[in-house]
Write a protein that binds this ligand. Structure first.
Ligand SMILES: [Zn+2]
Length: 489
């Protein structure tokens, strides 16, 4: 039985014309569907229309189902909404408000057996919006068990980790029909599934309880809501003082970074590759929990903003939290970050104000002479990147970085045929200040600091279907092995 009642995700299906704009103008935020072409017109005076912090709008999704046009689904605040109304006459098509629910999306997915994630003929708008009080009810057959698990001759059972976890079943619906890929270390743990934090931690504990030596699970610090931030140390080569650091889920909604980190742990231990690792699969634990319980699109951590004299209950929900990847002490407060606590790019009151950032940065700086390479996992965009993020100027190690990135790009492509872009983040994607990667490179003096934006290029965006967990993980591991060849061996 599929009971989808713990997800409070609102996707959108009724459409309202922009004439009803006044109904929305006072609301915290709305979601509109707008021609990408028109979006560019409205936000042209911004440095980066996708992510400008102070304008309080955020692209959730691109819909490419119309072969002639790409639409953007944008979560916008009242200020931007007014701007849309002001510029309405310049637009090729009036934008619409949209609402729907996640269950109808999943049902449509299930019924149509979409297995071509990049197809361009889909009619539904797969938009997942902010939280609401919506409750999802049982919808008949179990999505998992009503579909044959094909091409899966060695396993018959559902992974034990999915028992009683209905929201996990729901979010993993699209993997039905594809083989289950089990952990090489922990029996019955499927690696091509999304998991809530309790099961992530249970996997880590099971790995740590393996009798192989050199595996240590430890807590690097505690989140604002006092949850432990877990790291696993893998000593495959105790004679080598060097480490490769990998972190996932700095941004809560980037779920595929968690599954990829778990796969990397599995492979690093199983393959015995002679490299030592420190891996933090979920840095933003509170935010990750929040994406499973309240708002699938949450990005920041969960520390409430206390600068206002208003009761925090009268602050809009989005004014909670700090963007952890804007909180490091490098060009703090510069381009691509925001002083506005209600922005999803809020940098925080000062560098290292956030407990999650202090936990990671303390460990990194205390071990800076041992850490030879760092990799931060993010999604989405399919980009392997190097410093700088805060400026388009090249670093003195640009040529070295590009050499490493080219070998990564080739290895990634050979794995599943998928092409990732490469280059410095600030010139390839957008400018961002207070980035972990830049801080590691400039302040800790670790030359090989990288950041990867995993799949996809925006068709599904953050809500990447579960059938892409496995290929994303395998190609990322291929890229990491290529980097190791260049940097360690
Ligand atoms: Zn991110």
């Amino acid at each position: 039985m599929t009971v989808i009642n713990r997800q409070t995700i609102k996707i959108l299906d009724q459409k309202e014309s922009i004439d009803s704009i006044d109904n929305h103008i006072d609301s915290d935020h709305s979601i509109i569907k707008i021609l990408n072409h028109d979006l560019n017109k409205i936000f042209t005076d911004q440095d980066d229309y996708r992510n400008h912090p102070d304008d309080n709008h955020e692209i959730l999704w691109y819909d490419q189902s119309d072969i002639n046009n790409t639409y953007a689904f944008v979560r916008i605040g009242p200020k931007s909404l007014k701007r849309v109304r002001r510029d309405l006459r310049y637009l090729r098509q009036p934008p619409v408000f949209v609402t729907s629910n996640l269950q109808s999306w999943l049902d449509a997915e299930h019924n149509h057996h979409h297995h071509q994630p990049y197809s361009t003929n889909q009619k539904n708008n797969y938009v997942i919006g902010p939280s609401s009080q919506t409750t999802f009810h049982p919808s008949g057959n179990d999505i998992m068990s009503s579909t044959n698990i094909e091409d899966n001759d060695d396993e018959e059972d559902e992974p034990i980790y999915n028992h009683n976890d209905h929201s996990s079943t729901m979010m993993n619906a699209r993997v039905a029909g594809n083989p289950i890929h089990y952990s090489k270390l922990v029996p019955k743990f499927a690696l091509n599934r999304y998991y809530p934090i309790a099961q992530v931690n249970r996997y880590l504990e099971d790995v740590a309880n393996l009798r192989s030596s050199g595996i240590t699970l430890f807590t690097i610090g505690y989140t604002h809501e006092n949850r432990p931030i877990q790291a696993i140390e893998i000593l495959n080569n105790p004679n080598d003082p060097n480490f490769l650091w990998i972190d996932g889920c700095t941004h809560a909604r980037e779920w595929v970074t968690v599954t990829t980190a778990l796969y990397i742990i599995d492979q690093a231990i199983y393959s015995k590759i002679p490299i030592n690792f420190i891996i933090v699969p979920v840095l933003n634990v509170d935010g990750y929990v929040y994406t499973w319980t309240k708002d699938r699109m949450w990005r920041k951590n969960r520390r409430p903003y206390i600068g206002s004299r208003l009761s925090r209950h009268s602050m809009p929900e989005r004014c909670t939290g700090v963007d952890l990847n804007r909180n490091y002490d490098i060009n703090f407060g510069g381009s691509g970050s925001s002083k506005n606590p209600c922005s999803f790019l809020y940098q925080g009151p000062q560098p290292f104000s956030e407990p999650e950032v202090r936990a990671a940065s303390d460990l990194l700086s205390n071990n800076r002479h041992r850490i030879k390479m760092t990799l931060s996992l993010h999604s989405f965009n399919q980009l392997w990147s190097c410093p700088n993020a805060f400026t388009t100027e090249k670093t003195k190690d640009h040529n070295h970085h590009m050499r490493v990135l080219r070998s990564i790009q080739q290895a990634v492509r050979q794995q599943n045929g998928v092409i990732y872009d490469i280059g410095p983040l600030g010139s390839k994607l957008y400018l961002g200040s207070g980035f972990m990667m830049d801080w590691i490179y400039h302040k800790l003096g670790i030359r090989d600091a990288y950041l990867v934006e995993l799949r996809d290029r925006g068709f599904y965006g953050f809500i990447l279907p579960a059938d892409q967990i496995w290929p994303t993980a395998t190609e990322t591991w291929a890229g990491i092995q290529a980097a190791i060849q260049q940097i360690f061996l």
